[in-house]
Design a protein around this ligand. Sequence first.
Ligand SMILES: *Cc1c(COP(=O)(O)O)cnc(C)c1O
Length: 391
Amino acid sequence: MNHPDRQPLLLTPGPLTTNPATRRAMDRDWGSRDTDFIALTARVRRRLEELAGGGDGAFVAVPLQGSGTFVVEATLGTMVPRDGKVLVLINGAYGRRMATMLDIMGRAHSTVSCAEDEPVTGAMVEAALAGDDAITHVAAVHCETTSGILNPIEEIATVVAQHGKRLLIDAMSSFGAIAIDPARVPFSAVMASSNKCLEGVPGIGFAILRASDLAGAAGNAHSLSLDLHAQWQGFEKNGQWRFTPPTHVLAAFDAALARHEGEGGVDGRFQRYSANCEALVAGMRALGFQTLLPDHLQAPIIVTFLAPSEPGFSFQRFYDLLHARGFAIYPGKLTEADSFRVGCIGDLDADDLRAAVAAIGEVMDEALTPEKPRRTASVPQSTSEIETVTQ
Ligand SMILES: *Cc1c(COP(=O)(O)O)cnc(C)c1O
């Protein structure tokens, strides 16, 4: 893609590279009671409901000010009754974060955990549900961004439905690019945000909630501002947000949703990200890098690569060298292996990923020899280089 006005490209899980048209949509002010703004809010909510496969009133989209974490916390607090119990499925940081939230809000929960490079299976969920009648809800992560693994959400949902429990899905890093069909994945809530696969700017989280479950959730929330039932009631009453709305973020989100539709919706985006992921993985393997995950577990969202085993390798230095060439990558978040991550999502195409791989190839020699930095005029000095030199 042509990126004349933007450096660096963000090869991260968010914030990520946005299209100039999306950013330009922010270039005006809106009053929260303007008719135009109320219509904008309604349009975005309706589009999110359609995207979740529930344009028929069975599902309600409730946007919330804040990043994705805010809406995850609000969804758990609103949809789980105070005497409910949640089974949290964990194979990475985002599953762990949901358990931490439940701890803090004082909701009963248990966990099923497996390694970060292994999917949570239906059989694990079956065993946990069979052994504990008190469980009312299951909280799962669709694409666990910690590693980039895709959990088998349909298999999990089938087991949860067989037990008559309700499923809450953190689809933050997959929504809009990997379909979750409610006919095959019966869910009570799906959570996501404005700035991952929908390519808006950060600042809004949202949940798509089964209307009948949400209607019964009044008074569950432990928090005034993180109460999705009250937030929904606010929209129903006068079309307005309860508190100061993220006006510019919503306008950008509306523009981003129009681009998403123009690209062919979820299928179109899945295809572009898949091509990005293939270009990235093929190029990196040709350079000698190894992916953490086998291809069949890898979501086309973000790829974890094992750090080079050479003792001289420094991630900070690698990061700085790539940043100077116009690419921002992401540190690894694994608890076990040394790694780094490269995202495939955002307003990027396969040529951008190939350019990133070429830059990685160019900086490797230098990244592996931090004690003897070789500088070229095109690489500005970074703080860490200066530190290396003065040590
Ligand atoms: C990004 C992400 C979140 C939320 O993160 P924020 O930084 O609060 O936006 C939650 N779950 C998953 C799986 C994510 O990828």
